[in-house]
Design a protein around this ligand. Structure first.
Ligand code: 5GP
Length: 190
């Protein structure tokens, strides 16, 4: 998505340690009009898939998932993160190692909000090593639902998540894929 690549080049900051900060439009301040364009693009790429629900993970996936959901006309469910192991029986849960916080969380979704009838699209802001997406995939499988695709705003192609998920046969649509980056320098895949 060309407009996204341009926005990343103009507004993204690479502080080092493989992190890209896009707080100006996606992760702190939200450029709702622009995120709306992202939603329209996800809808175009997954239009054949008859999605019944979008699944994301709190907190940074929620804005893009919710705005995108208006095009799909389906509900959004966001997995809750918790450090507590003491979860009740009415949830699906999985473990996710957080790239940004360098620690492992439990993530959970109430059994009320996913069913074996569901065709799920996972949406998230970033794809790095794929841990968040794999945790959500695990939750979809526990529910007996079908994972029909993963929509990612920014994939860091030099980390392993995209390869793992595509090799698992999943349709992964990343709107911008970064080939390499360093402070002041970002190069995209074509
Ligand atoms: P993964 O689970 O694929 O290793 O990492 C993806 C998750 O970590 C995303 O949900 C995102 O919130 C966060 N993340 C990973 N890399 C970055 C990054 O470079 N910048 C930002 N803002 N978040 C990231």
């Amino acid at each position: 998505m060309q407009t996204l690549k341009e926005k990343i080049l103009q507004e993204g900051i690479v502080p080092g340690n493989n992190m890209l900060k896009v707080d100006n439009f996606l992760n702190h301040q939200l450029d709702v009009g622009f995120i709306n364009e992202i939603g329209r693009e996800f809808a175009r790429r997954f239009q054949e898939q008859q999605i019944s629900k979008i699944l994301t993970i709190e907190a940074s996936g929620i804005a893009v998932a919710a705005i995108s959901a208006q095009y799909f006309k389906v509900p959004v469910v966001f997995a809750k993160k918790t450090e507590s192991k003491n979860l009740d029986d009415d949830v699906y849960k999985s473990e996710v190692f957080s790239f940004t916080k360098d620690k492992t969380y439990s993530v959970m979704v109430s059994k009320k909000y996913l069913s074996s009838e569901d065709r799920i699209l996972i949406i998230d802001d970033f794809l790095a090593n794929g841990r968040a997406a794999l945790g959500l995939k695990d939750i979809v499988e526990q529910a007996g639902a079908q994972l029909v695709g993963i929509g990612i705003v920014i994939e860091k192609g030099f980390q392993s998540g995209g390869k793992i998920l595509r090799e698992a046969g999943i349709q992964v649509e990343s709107l911008a894929i970064i080939k390499r980056m360093s402070p002041g320098h970002i190069v995209f895949q074509d």
